[in-house]
Design a binder for this molecule. Structure first.
Ligand code: NAD
Length: 253
């Protein structure tokens, strides 16, 4: 028996990285998954691999209200209901605050923060209609602390925690638990910026992170599974840090 038997979960940003691993793990645990992304080709390929019984890909730009309406309609048509949402899609740009163009700042707000809001607003009524379920928002360790060089991103990830807390309070009566994941450095395209030697990044994490390595997207998927399954039945409104101990404190050695 799978931990998500009978569940129908929409996952944004599921064409690659953490979202892809969440889709794979959830399908393996018995869920039917709807993979949303703007990267249509790889998104369709993952869904195809998982099989038509288990998975479908939809083009879903999380910043667009009409895309959310279409994704909800497509999910209901294919699987009849929705009782889970993973707001995972996100983008990052590296810049000092005083050098960040307004457009760059706003693009991160649009995807990371507004996208999360639109997802909650579009899907929560469906989850309640299905008899209750879960929402997991993807924040970051930069949702819990400041990080130089990613000021706009950090602001959006703080905002995601605010949305998570309010949604947990407002949606509890409708049978929905809402929690947030706060990953540290995870081994995906996002943590290997173009033009930076991957070996340099790997070395950085080896020296900075107490567990001496970068995290794997499969490890984040396992946390998303916990928060989507009945194993977390009395937990709502909380941020969960998964960062190899990076936020635990400073080290002299
Ligand atoms: P990733 O870049 O591999 O995946 C992000 C996915 O989001 C991509 O498939 C991308 O196409 C999709 N996406 C981007 N804009 C979109 C939009 N407008 N609509 C729909 N999809 C869109 O990176 P990842 O590490 O898998 O990131 C997943 C989440 O984890 C993000 O929210 C990210 O901010 C967060 N996170 C990542 C790290 C890390 O170190 N990788 C750390 C903390 C938090």
């Amino acid at each position: 028996m799978g931990k998500l038997d009978g569940r129908v979960v929409v996952i944004t940003g599921a064409a690659r990285g953490q979202g892809e691993q969440e889709a794979r793990l959830f399908a393996a645990e018995g869920a039917r998954v709807v993979l949303g992304d703007v990267l249509d080709e790889p998104g369709r390929a993952v869904a195809k691999e998982l099989g038509a019984e288990r998975a479908v890909y939809v083009h879903l730009d999380v910043t667009r209200e009409d895309d959310w309406s279409a994704a909800v309609a497509a999910t209901k048509e294919r699987f009849g209901r929705i009782d889970g949402l993973i707001n995972n899609a996100g983008i990052v740009r590296f810049n000092a605050l005083v050098e960040t163009p307004l457009e760059e700042f706003q693009s991160m707000v649009q995807v990371n923060q507004t996208g999360c809001f639109l997802g909650i607003r579009a899907v929560a009524p469906e989850i309640t209609a299905a008899g209750g379920g879960t929402i997991v928002n993807t924040s970051s360790y930069t949702g819990m602390t400041g990080m130089a060089g990613v000021g706009a991103y950090t602001a959006t990830k703080h905002a995601v925690l605010g949305l998570t807390r309010v949604a947990a309070i407002e949606l509890a009566a409708g049978g929905i638990r809402v929690n947030a994941i706060c990953p540290g450095a995870i081994d995906t395209a996002m943590s290997h910026p173009e033009g930076v030697d991957p070996a340099v990044m790997t070395d950085l994490y080896r020296t900075k992170v107490p567990l001496r390595r970068i995290g794997q997207p499969e490890e984040v998927a396992a946390l998303a599974l916990f928060l989507t399954s009945e194993d977390s039945s009395y937990i709502t409104g909380q941020p969960f840090v998964i960062d190899g101990g990076w936020l635990a404190g400073v080290s002299l050695f």
